[in-house]
Design a protein around this ligand. Sequence first.
Ligand code: ZN
Ligand code: ZN
Length: 417
Amino acid sequence: MEDVDLYELLGVSKTASKIEIKKAYHKAALSSHPDKVPAEEREEAEIKFKAVSQAYEILYDDETREQYDRSGMSAFEKGGMGGGTDGVDLDDLLAQMFGMGMGGMPGMGRGPGGMPGGRPGRKMRGKDVVHQYEVSLEDLYKGKTVKLSSTRNKLCSACNGIGGKDKSRPKKCANCDGKGWNQSLRQVGPGLVTQEQVPCSNCRMTGHVFREKDRCRKCKGACVTEEKKVLEVYIPRGSKEGDKIVLEGEADEQPGYETGDIVFILQEKEHEVLTRVGPDLSATIKIGLLESLTGFSRVVVKHLDGRGIQLTHPVGEFLRNGQVLKITGEGMPHKKGEGKGDLYLVVEIVFPEKGWTPDVEAIKAALPDYKPESITGEPVDEHDYIREANLEEIGGEDESWEDEDDDDEEGPQCAQQ
Ligand SMILES: [Zn+2]
Ligand SMILES: [Zn+2]
């Protein structure tokens, strides 16, 4: 296929800076804006305007620009397209780049809006199907293959998706006059109406229908039949929230359309003990007061693959509440390569329950004496104090602040913080 030169399209050099690209885009967009040209040039301007906007989107983003520089438009193409029209359908291309972003958002699929006429030999893309898929942290750690059953429309094998019997000729769909879609007006605001193109359901956007007697027996003219299939979804170890797993061409088939993808977006289920932070894991470990003083050797946490993480803490190295222990290489596996993140363990000292009365003399005998620094100041009365105060309340309610800030909506909020 021919490649479109995005730099040429914007009129910049290959080494153009981001600022130059932005400027060039503004200039090109302005001169080709469909509202700024005479009616007869509008269609052409629209195409140009779209093209420069999309060239800008690719070149302004470092990542996609790098991809483009490396492999041209093919970086964004999937197999089996081609088409031989002049250049690439940038619209399609962006739909693919952003996956469901433009193309497959439920309800705003690549409808007839951008379609007919213009681009012979190119198929439009069917909608992608996007699923959120919850995965446990254990499965993200170990990797997993999930089998899911899927039901989708597949082009009818008897008529190859044509809908009619061999040699029968379809007639033009009367409902849409053979266009495959109809104009309809939609109110988008008070007194504001926009025209949109609605797919014709009578002919399923094909523009033609078969007479009753000519319809394919298998699909009854629907062009598609239902297919049940087991899909294997492979979740690589080290995957994370938001990762996409794309099953190419597994969405509904539709005559005249390139089949969209099924996309799984991973959602990480919360784990009871371990929390993931990027490549690392953290957990709170409970250590008894006695252990914190005398040391211990035991399993402190069960890892995601079922291993017990054993720690030996020597006598004489006391553990404090909130102290953080780090085990290198026991975090999440990296998606690429063999490396792993680290495991952070936050110590929570478990003190004896309320009501436990220590053998004070024995403890005094066992523990080293503590001599506080002398603090001067005349002792007055003994103070009462709240035993479990909340530091988050500090600096809180003060009415003089509220009065002053009465008019300012953000005032009270600021005062609290
Ligand atoms: Zn059929
Ligand atoms: Zn129709």
